[in-house]
Design a protein around this ligand. Sequence first.
Ligand SMILES: C[S@@+](CC[C@H](N)C(=O)[O-])C[C@H]1O[C@@H](n2cnc3c(N)ncnc32)[C@H](O)[C@@H]1O
Length: 265
Amino acid sequence: MSAWTSADYLRGEQYRDSSKLAVRASLHGHGRGDWFEWVARQVRWPMAGEVLELGCGAGWLWEKGAGDIPEDLSLTLSDLSPGMVKEAVGRAESVGRWRRPRGQVADAAALPFEDESFDLVLAMHMLYHLSDPAAGVREIARVLRPGGMAVAATNGRETMAELFALKAAVFGGAGRDELIDGFNLENGAGLLASAFEKVELVAYDDALTIPDPEAVLAYLTSSPPGDQAGPAELEALRGEIAAVFEAGGGVFRVRKSSGLFVCRK
Ligand SMILES: C[S@@+](CC[C@H](N)C(=O)[O-])C[C@H]1O[C@@H](n2cnc3c(N)ncnc32)[C@H](O)[C@@H]1O
């Protein structure tokens, strides 16, 4: 089992709190705008509905997208990591827009919720962490009411290929983000179509212009295998990074493809 689908690693280390995720998120700040603001504008929010977010992470959607999210929703923020649930609930509470957001530690593959109990389920950049993403898809469909909507975000298979090429040069691997192999923009629709009547993809393409080599190093050492790099590997990584910044005239350009699957039950 890879570290990325090990519950102990995800809950106890990688996502114990949002610090490592925040390092990676900050690199995305060099693109076209704020992802969460965009997501909040894409979602058709239900009127006075029950909303569940799976793999809520630090709850950034509820802060950054707040202006486009109605106040009359009941929120349940859920994650495998207790640290993330605490942070997300605290963040949503501090926005002060929703009455008592509820937190729930849960594995998306085995949800502790009744059938047909939510109007909207959000699962952003998280289904690929499941060893069986189809189990998560089935659970989302089970807890959604008839006519309800699911929104699942992920990345394209070749997203940030320029960045993952640096990783491959030092650590080996495919030169792309292998974490998302189980659920990405290319295979996600097929998985979702087994549980939903209608599945539509809304694409979010972007290009980053990164001005800071240290931000690239921090990204690549925030997760396996970079987080275990020894001195020689770190030096090699610094060399690879320096070379792309030199070739780019002092910046590093990285193409991204992300998107949302919007699904109707
Ligand atoms: C890449 S982060 C995304 C967080 C948040 N959705 C966002 O977009 O910022 C993935 C999140 O999924 C959570 N996660 C991983 N495996 C999970 C599982 N099996 N069930 C529920 N949450 C899981 C992690 O703890 C982490 O908070």
